[in-house]
Design a protein around this ligand. Sequence first.
Ligand code: NAD
Ligand code: UD1
Length: 341
Amino acid sequence: MSTILLAGGAGYIGSHTSVELLSSGYDVIIADNYSNSCPEAVRRVEKITGRSVKTYEVDIQDKTALEAVFRENKLDAVIHFAGLKAVGESVEKPLLYYRNNIDTTLSLLECMNEYGVKNIIFSSSATVYGEENPVPYTEEMKRGTCTNPYGWTKVMMEQILEDASKADKELSVVLLRYFNPIGAHSSGMIGEDPQGIPNNLMPYVAQVAVGRREKLTIFGNDYDTPDGTCRRDYIHVTDLAKGHVKAVDYVLKNSGVEIFNLGTGTPYSVTEIVDTFEKVNGIKIPHVYGARRAGDLPESYANADKALRVLGWKTEKTLADMCRDTWNWQKNNPNGYNTAE
Ligand code: NAD
Ligand code: UD1
C-alpha cells in the first residue's frame, strides 16, 4: 500500500485526513513542528483507527531537517497542509506568512525532486477566487485579488506548484480549494482546537456554547443577502478528509495539474448557522450584531460538480451533522487537547 507524507498533518484538517487515509489502507507519516497543533492529536488518530503513525517533529521550512523524512521513507505522495492560516495575523505579520508558507512549499518540492517523489496535493482555499469572481466559483475562473497576505500566499503557492509541474512532466499536482471546513470526527476525539480567541465562526460559536466566551458578535447584517448576514459554503471536515482520499487515488494515477473545489455547493448564512447550532444541540448562543469585518465578502460558495465528475466525490453530511459534531467535540474537550482524558 502507498505511503503518504502529511506535512502539517497534526493540525485540524490533517488529523481528520489521517483517519480517513488510514481507514482506507494507506500508510501515513506526519511531519509537523506543532506550531499550531500537538502530538496528542496524532495519538488520538491512532486510537480511532487502531493503526500507528510515524511522526517527525520538524520545521518544514528547514530543508536539511526535512530531508531525513525523505531519506528514511519511501514516499508515494505528499499532502501539504503545513501553513499559517490566520487572516488577521497575516495582515500584521506579512513576512512571517510569506516566509513560512512559501518556504515550506519550496522545501517540500526540492526534497520531492531530489528523492523522486512525483505526487503532491496542496491545501488551497476558496480565498484565491478573490473579490472579482461571481459565485458559485468554478475551477477554471482566473485567480482574483485577495484582501490579505494569507490569501496571496495561497495564490503564490498555486503558481509555484503549476510552474514546477510545467518543468517536470512527471510531477502530478492536485490543488484542493477548500471552502469553510467545520465540524469534527463523529467520535468526538479529534476536532478544531484554535489557540487564543478564535477567528473563525464555528469555533467561536462552540466556545460560547461551552461558556469560554460570553457572546458571539455577528459581523454585519446589512449585506445584500437573504437575511443580511454573509453566506458561506460550510463543509464537514470528515467529508473534506474523504475528498483527500479521492485526491490521493487520483494524483497517484495522473500527471499535470488539476484543481478541485471541495465544498457542498450550498451556502448558509451566519444566522442560519447560529439557529441550527441552537436547535440541534438545545443550547442558546447569545449573540449581538456588530460592524462588518474588513475583507469579508457577502457570499462565497462552490460549484462542486468537477469533484463529483472527476473524483467521484461529493459531500454526505448535513449542516445539522456539522453543528452536532462540533458540539460533541467541544463538550468532551472544553479546553481542546489540553483536557485530561
Ligand atoms: P492547522 O493550523 O490546524 O494545521 C496546519 C498544521 O501545519 C499545524 O499542525 C501546524 O503546526 C503545521 N505547520 C505550520 N507551519 C509549519 C512548518 N513550518 N513546519 C511544520 N509544520 C508546520 O490548519 P488547518 O485548518 O488544518 O489547515 C490546513 C491547511 O489548509 C492550511 O494550509 C490552511 O491554510 C489550509 N486551509 C484551511 C482552511 C480552514 O478553514 N481550516 C481553509 C482553507 C485552507
Ligand atoms: C476566513 C478567511 C479565509 C480562510 C478561512 C479559513 C477572511 C476574510 N477569510 O474565511 O481566507 O480561508 O477563514 O481559515 O478572514 N463571523 C462572525 N462572527 C465571528 C466570526 C465570523 O459573524 O466571530 C462571520 C464572518 O463575517 C463570515 C462568516 O462568519 O461571514 C464565516 O467567517 P469565518 O469562519 O472567519 O470564515 P471566512 O471569513 O469565510
